[in-house]
Design a protein around this ligand. Structure first.
Ligand code: 5HU
Length: 152
């Protein structure tokens, strides 16, 4: 029985997470996106959109057309088990990705600083697959992320 448990645990795939964070909406929270990325990887998740937390992102994305960026991200979303969005910095792309995830029935966790003016499209959204949580510091941010990904 113990052996069977071990096999089941070792066969458990790491959850694939679509990390969503502002790019053209402003990069001022890049350090927080990096912290979320590191927390997810430490917890055994695979972050498919690692580029969102990449300080060199502009260099890579500059070589891609707008259509290529869109197609790549929609393909990554289709392969994700869940989406985690940092919504403190308002971003058209982040809002769009949240909506697309919900349409595809992919669970979404939105995280934000308590001082942020988060859209009512997130805070007032009754979709049971959407969870929105404020974090006051890195400890609470880490706890919210690790609790959420336990479900996958
Ligand atoms: O170059 C890009 N690469 C890219 O992956 N995105 C996606 C991922 C981010 O979660 C989101 C950011 O949107 P925005 O650029 O509107 O802030 O869109 C967005 C852009 C630029 O709009």
């Amino acid at each position: 029985m113990e052996d069977l448990d071990k096999i089941i645990i070792s066969e458990k795939q790491s959850p694939k997470i679509f990390l969503s964070g502002s790019i053209r909406g402003g990069r001022q929270l890049l350090e927080t996106y990096r912290f979320i990325f590191d927390t997810l990887e430490e917890a055994g998740a695979e972050v498919l959109t690692w580029h969102v937390a990449d300080p060199e992102l502009e260099k890579v994305e500059m070589r891609m057309t707008e259509e290529e960026i869109y197609a790549r991200d929609m393909d990554l979303l289709a392969r994700s088990d869940a989406l985690i969005a940092e919504v403190t910095v308002p971003s058209t792309g982040v809002g769009y990705e949240i909506c697309r995830a919900l349409v595809r029935k992919i669970p979404v966790l939105c995280l934000y600083n308590p001082d942020a003016a988060v859209s009512a499209m997130v805070l007032g959204n009754p979709d049971p697959l959407l969870e929105a949580r404020a974090y006051s510091d890195k400890i609470s941010l880490k706890n919210l992320i690790t609790e959420f990904i336990k479900n996958f």
